[in-house]
Design a protein around this ligand. Structure first.
Ligand SMILES: Cc1cc2nc3c(=O)[nH]c(=O)nc-3n(C[C@H](O)[C@H](O)[C@H](O)COP(=O)(O)OP(=O)(O)OC[C@H]3O[C@@H](n4cnc5c(N)ncnc54)[C@H](O)[C@@H]3O)c2cc1C
Length: 353
């Protein structure tokens, strides 16, 4: 089966890898020029040799299936344990840890979080800068061999037997809305339009040779901040002390139209208030706005498929299931691939890793 996957985040890559290893012909279409989606790493500095995780800084693994994958990453040197808890700013003081968050391994990627996407992509064909605008159901057109036509923003098209939409819910919604014909996907709109995401500003600050703070990260209950991470405890970065600050959703919404220097100044003031760290004269700083940091309400199950329809299609991502961000996205991709391998037997010899 020829399968088109829209989005090279961990959900899309996981589904694609499993289906490709089993012998399906899988291509991922990714609108950006990088892998991993929100498991993102910025390359900065003059030599672009300073790596900063400006998306997910780390993740936990609670299910057996995800732990197995994390073990694979650990064995291959892609991931490592960063900490089993982080200090917590209550709004008034810093405690050793959040009272309600369990002590458990938090994993990171020493080479940068995007290395996890890169690792998963070894087994699949990924086309970068391939922004999908929508897709059209061809199944009832007798002269067409394939079920779906994927439409790209450069007006090119590709016909496939199956489509997997592996983007955040609002982007999936947009793709379905843009479908040129009536597609059986449209009923799904009713289910996913209730899912909203929290926005977030991420500020990356290089403090040069200023001594690195002792903490690895601080979880924050603060009106402007939710997280301050110390990248110097993840990798050397040529001796540069880099911190990454994540804003609260309320701050991101309130400052959505503010200019970079205003947002930067406000976030750095909050860092000083919480940690005492003066980051007002950095070597450089970069700001990134995430429209979709994490889903506010999720859908039950691991994925959705249009019901009563023969043409394979599905939506996957972190807006399914009960797990946390990275783990929920992984499980979503894995469970869909497992079901499809049962439903659509492979015609080629499977590949072994
Ligand atoms: C700042 C931040 C901090 C976070 N912290 C944590 C944390 O500590 N722990 C944790 O578990 N999770 C965390 N998360 C959440 C976690 O990163 C996500 O839940 C997870 O990575 C989502 O994976 P995904 O594959 O579902 O989606 P994504 O990673 O968003 O992948 C979707 C991909 O689809 C592509 N795409 C979208 N539209 C199109 C289109 N039209 N055509 C082609 N491609 C398209 C996008 O470019 C993207 O690459 C954080 C996220 C952010 C932003």
């Amino acid at each position: 089966m020829i399968i088109g996957v829209i989005g090279a985040g961990i959900a899309g890559l996981t589904a694609a890898r499993k289906l490709a290893l089993a012998g399906h012909e899988v291509t991922i279409f990714e609108k950006s020029n990088g892998l991993g989606g929100r498991m993102a790493t910025r390359y900065a500095g003059e030599q672009l040799d300073i790596k900063t995780d400006h998306g997910a800084p780390c993740f936990t693994a609670r299910s057996e299936e995800f732990r197995q994958f994390v073990d694979e990453l650990l064995k291959n040197g892609i991931a490592d344990v960063w900490a089993d808890h982080f200090p917590y700013f209550t709004g008034e003081m810093i405690l050793e840890k959040h009272p309600d968050i369990p002590v458990e391994p938090h994993y990171f990627a020493p080479g940068g979080m995007n290395k996890i996407g890169k690792y998963l992509s070894r087994w699949v064909d990924v086309r970068f800068n391939a922004k999908v605008n929508g897709f059209t159901y061809l199944g009832d057109k007798a002269h067409k061999k394939r079920n779906w036509m994927i439409n790209f923003s450069d007006f090119s098209v590709m016909e496939v037997d199956a489509v997997i939409v592996a983007t955040p819910a609002p982007q999936a919604y947009g793709l379905i809305e843009n479908a040129q014909d009536e597609t059986p996907f449209k009923w799904i709109i009713r289910n996913i339009d209730t899912i909203s995401y929290q926005p977030c500003y991420t500020l990356m600050v290089n403090l040069g040779n200023q001594p690195a703070p002792e903490w690895k990260a601080i979880q924050c209950n603060h009106k402007s901040l939710r997280w301050i991470g110390n990248e110097a405890t993840k990798r050397r970065n040529n001796g540069n002390t880099v911190i990454v600050v994540q804003s609260s959703a309320a701050f991101a919404s309130a400052y959505i139209n503010s200019n970079v220097s205003e947002v930067t100044r406000s976030l750095l003031m909050a860092v000083k208030e919480i940690t005492g760290l003066d980051a007002s004269k950095p070597v450089w700083s970069q700001l990134h706005f995430w429209k979709y940091r994490n889903p506010r309400n999720v859908m039950p199950g691991y994925f959705v498929e249009p019901v009563e329809h023969a043409a394979p299609a599905a939506l996957i991502g972190d807006y399914f299931g009960e797990a946390d961000g990275v783990e929920s996205a992984y499980l979503s991709g894995l469970k869909l691939a497992e079901q499809w391998l049962d439903k659509y037997p492979v015609i080629k010899e499977p590949v072994t890793i």
